[in-house]
Design a protein around this ligand. Sequence first.
Ligand code: ADP
Ligand code: MG
Length: 239
Amino acid sequence: HCSTILRVTDQDIEMDLKGKISECRTFEDMRHVLSAPTMAAIDSLGFTEMTEIQARAIPALLEGKDLRGTAKTGSGKTLAFLIPAFELLHRLEFQQHHGTGVIILCPTRELAMQTFGVTQILGDRHNLSYGLLIGGANRAAESKALKQGVNVVVACPGRMLDHLKNTSGFLYSNLVCLILDEADRMLSIGFEEEMKAILKLVPKRRQTMLFSATRNERTDNLTNIALKVTLVDVDLMAE
Ligand code: ADP
Ligand code: MG
């Protein structure tokens, strides 16, 4: 049963699964550790083999570790973080009234919309609510949805910060997972200050995932600010 892997307090179970799931190469190999809604979403996408970044990142993320994943564009990073994020909410039996449990920050509207598309597929299977917060869209409608409870938020940093500061009734104290997607691009576009401000507002006790196509001094600095020192580093560009 999937809930067993979440007993991170139980060293034996944790160690036992670590050996087993790190050998998984296909999604079918993961069927014993992933929930039925997640498997149904993967089946509907028609994917069988995990990509390299997925095979390396998903097991560590399911153990609750913070993780930095560096891998080239097109390598499947979106599912590498979305699958563990939805598994976390599933294990916690997250409900609409718990508010926002996961925030995914993306550099551009286009990339946010792409990530949102995959979020919808998983969200529907899990019966979890999801929302897209991007500049230029109807801000009032976003605020209304946030007040009602959006479990998984996909957002650009500027708009995210705006809502965190100004949208009353937006419940994010239950946030358990923060994802910085395409971190190198968020930094090069100029979202460093917004991201730093967001990090100051969201709960400290959370799992953080940083994904990027490249690694540089600025992504290293962001990693140091946002992720635990015990992070797992998967760098396919350096290998
Ligand atoms: P990245 O964020 O690393 O640039 P994406 O997550 O956008 O990559 O994925 C790139 C493409 O690969 C998408 O079209 C996605 O649907 C597809 N994809 C993701 N995972 C798999 C997989 N395990 N098998 C086959 N295709 C996949
Ligand atoms: Mg991506």
